[in-house]
Design a protein around this ligand. Structure first.
Ligand code: NSS
Length: 420
């Protein structure tokens, strides 16, 4: 029986299997709290029962006995154990209360059993499922772009380079360029892939390996691109709130705020954002990119995400379409999460004109040779098109209201850490 299903069986003899989550000895009884993937239940075991001494914290066990309701017990129910089988006797578990972040990262493979990380992983599952559902409902095909690539999408500084047979290749930063190739047959595509960024600094919101949800569509302009993003994000939030309310609340997340996340989201130009930031005394000049501090300042009092649009061309990527009303700007959007979280999505309309794209590549000092195939996409039936990329871990971080991105992924990869 799964622990979640126990309430239907009060007064009956039940059998559950799981791991010992807590253990307390009291005179002639041992209180065990068992957990399985669905919940926790308290078990009372007579001290005289064979095997009880082996049922240490994190031992795997099968118990059977009669079930009663007990408001005081963790989980609300209690099993009076008559039979106990220890399947895998645990050694003394290394994780106890109040351990350092570094230690918990060293034993990440064990710390994943914590209630907190379990709740977060469930939220992530639901968010991923919601995203796929939304894309399919709206006519997008899921595709599988490569991870081993020959050129940069988001600039050379954060590329991971490695030996690929007798040449050099890179780990993908974004599937975008490949998704662009796929719209000429499928029109609307999306992918969910690991993306890699050699981020040299330690921050609360950067991973070296993260899960990137990207969409790309033909015949879609800058405005429609934003409508797609706000609908997708709202759908993901709605589904998570509906199906993972208990987990969110166990993480201390106020779900009332999330319930207000509905389209439309506010749009604000980069120019306006700089003006507001300068007025509030932030040290930022026009032409500089926004950092975490600026994004926090802009979003700390917001309850819904906000689009920042029309950035200076110089600080964005070579593939973005220049704003026809201002050639120093591009038709891009950064979607910032509210409550201080900051950038969740980067998106743009793409440059679909061959000559202008070549010009941009010169401006960004890229070698056309490396991108010949990409230029071909503008030679054979070019169309206006747009797309975006959402960091799944950024989404989970905001929705769970976490203060660090590391707990949104089972085995975080950050500078100086690739173990376990
Ligand atoms: O660099 S992005 O802003 N944009 C792109 O890669 C586009 N080529 C996507 C596209 O249009 N298909 O990254 C997109 C998102 C960004 O908004 C974050 O949410 C996330 O990817 N991201 C990260 N998450 C975690 N860790 C790191 N280091 C990271 N970098 C970006």
């Amino acid at each position: 029986m799964r622990i979640k299903d126990l309430p239907k069986h009060v007064g009956e003899r039940v059998k559950v299997r799981g791991w010992v989550f807590r253990r307390r000895e009291l005179k002639d009884k041992v209180f065990l709290v068992l957990r399985d993937s669905t919940g926790i239940v308290q078990c009372v075991v007579p001290s005289s029962l064979k095997g009880v001494e082996k049922a240490r914290i994190e031992s795997s066990v099968i118990v059977s006995g009669s079930l009663k309701k007990d408001e005081r017990a963790p989980g609300g129910h209690e099993i009076a154990v008559e039979k106990l089988k220890v399947v895998g006797e645990a050694e003394v578990f290394p994780i106890t209360k109040d351990q350092s972040v570094e230690f918990l990262l060293d034993v990440r493979h064990l710390w994943l059993r914590s209630r907190k990380l379990t709740a977060i992983m469930k939220v992530k599952d639901t968010a991923l499922r919601a995203a796929r559902e939304w894309f399919h409902k709206h006519g997008f095909w899921e595709v599988t772009p490569p991870i081993i690539v020959s050129g940069a999408c988001e600039g050379g500084a954060t590329l991971f380079k490695f030996k690929y047979f007798d040449r050099t290749a890179f780990l993908s930063q974004s599937a975008q360029l490949y998704l662009e190739a796929l719209i000429y047959s499928l029109e609307k595509v999306y992918s969910l892939t690991p993306s890699f960024r050699a981020e040299k600094s330690r921050t609360r919101r950067h991973l070296a390996e993260y899960w990137h949800l990207e969409g790309e569509a033909a015949w879609v302009d800058h405005e429609e691109n934003m409508r797609i993003q706000e609908q997708l994000v709202s759908y993901m939030v709605k589904k998570v709130v509906k199906e993972r309310k208990e987990e969110l609340e166990s993480l201390g997340r106020d779900v009332k705020i999330l319930k207000r996340v509905k389209p439309p989201f506010k749009r604000m130009t980069y120019d306006k954002a700089i003006e507001i930031l300068q007025r509030r005394g932030m040290e930022i000049e026009w032409g500089e990119d926004l950092g975490a501090d600026e994004e926090r300042e802009l979003t700390k009092d917001l309850r819904k995400p906000i689009f920042l649009t029309n950035y200076p061309r110089k600080i964005k990527a070579f593939y973005m379409k220049v704003d026809p009303r201002d050639e120093n700007k591009v038709l891009n959007d950064d979607l910032l999460s509210p409550e201080g979280y900051g950038e969740l999505i980067g998106g743009s309309q793409r440059e679909d004109d061959l000559e202008k794209l070549k010009e941009n590549m010169k401006l960004f000092k890229l070698r056309p040779k490396d991108y010949e195939w990409y230029l071909d996409l503008r030679r054979y039936g070019s169309v206006p098109h747009s797309g975006f990329g959402l960091g799944m871990e950024r989404f989970v971080m905001w929705v769970c209201r976490l203060d660090h991105i590391r707990d949104t992924i089972p085995f975080p990869r950050v500078i100086n850490r690739a173990y376990p």
